[in-house]
Design a protein around this ligand. Sequence first.
Ligand code: BES
Ligand code: MN
Ligand code: MN
Length: 462
Amino acid sequence: MKNIQSYINEHKDRFLNELIELLKIPSVSADSAYKNDVLKTAEAVKKSLEKAGCDSVEICETEGYPIVYGEKIVDSNLPTILVYGHYDVQPADPIELWDSAPFEPIIKSTEIHPEGAIFARGACDDKGQMYMHVKAMEFMTSTNQLPCNVKFMIEGEEEVGSVSLSKFVKDNHEKLKNDVILISDTGMISKETPSITTGLRGLSYVEVEVTGPNRDLHSGLYGGAVANPINILTKMIASLHDENNHITIPGFYDKVEELSLNERAEMAKAPFSLDRYKAALDIDSVYGEEGYSTNERNSIRPTLDVNGIWGGYTGEGAKTVIASKAYAKISMRLVPNQDWEDITELFKTHFESIAPSGTRIKVTPHHGGQGYVTPIDSIGYQAASKAYQETFGKTPIPQRSGGSIPIVALFEKELKSKTILMGFGLDSDAIHSPNEHFGVWNYLKGIETIPLFYKYFTELKA
Ligand code: BES
Ligand code: MN
Ligand code: MN
């Protein structure tokens, strides 16, 4: 393709400023206080797609937040790429841990990003990465180099489980018909080592409640004589892992796909420094399932983690009390073949079975989704690989990620197409954390690489 680099050089300030404007709108989907901002963001995304050269763009209303859909069909005989992304973001809290305001984006340089990174909630996940596609589209249409048809589907509920999108996909097979789905909502190994995400973990997210006595009690008068829900809950949670950090829920591993030694050896070739990993997190040792490396533990193995736990007195000073109730939120990351609904059921049955008498247990499933793996011999993967080869000067490494984008498995089931995950974020970008950022270099590299995927996919498909 002609002039990608010169186009980016000429327009990069505007590319950055447009993204900064988008990041200023706090589109937090989890918190209804931000409802108007989420809706405003959908409008802004719609306008940006129109400007980028889509022929028709619509705001598709749902029971939740709208889906922005746009397309440009150049020739029905040419392949069609469906781009998916999300315009909603995670809540910004704890706000006091941010060095700058989460919705007042600023560009600062860091050790990893000497040329600067944009600091804001959503900078990497996923507004920045989604917007790379809008700008890549602008480049292709304005230089008359769009080689195929394109459809955009940008949702506003990814961070809360994509409930409305699931229905939209099921109801719109024809509209969404495509030859490949393209997503930038993951990461890569490093700026020097490009990688393409070939797998995502599934997820089962549950909330548990342990009830003991019918009211909070004086811990002196009743202590030792009744079940303390917090003591019980922590004991129950502790029992969910054995001394080798295997999960103890019966049947949990039944469907887990075991990788061959060969596949594991292939994985181990990806550059990784345990020392740097530990230093970046300020820990003196890693921790996890016996028999697996750190990169295996966070990608090809399932996990169970408490995400939050509360109950009793947590205010200033001391209050001598036995709480009536204790709660926790628990997530299980799953690997391909583990069905999230089955696992949720297994968890519920097991958790209820280990509760001692004198307590009552309630398990409430939240949301979940299946894991995903994509083959590397597909045309889509090959096209992505050639694109990176050209812009990074290196063949990208296939790598499975530990994160989840549950809608990807649904895309395959409903639309029968493969997803290519071209993520340009880094683990150090602090997504979902205070001081989330996205490297300016990564942003521009994405804009440069995406049009080449269109080119090679169209060529290989012919
Ligand atoms: N973009 C992330 C997922 C991700 C990040 C995958 C980095 C791989 C690498 C996505 O927005 C996300 O946060 N997903 C949630 C699940 C969702 C159901 C809330 C997750 O993984 O916790
Ligand atoms: Mn995301
Ligand atoms: Mn996210």
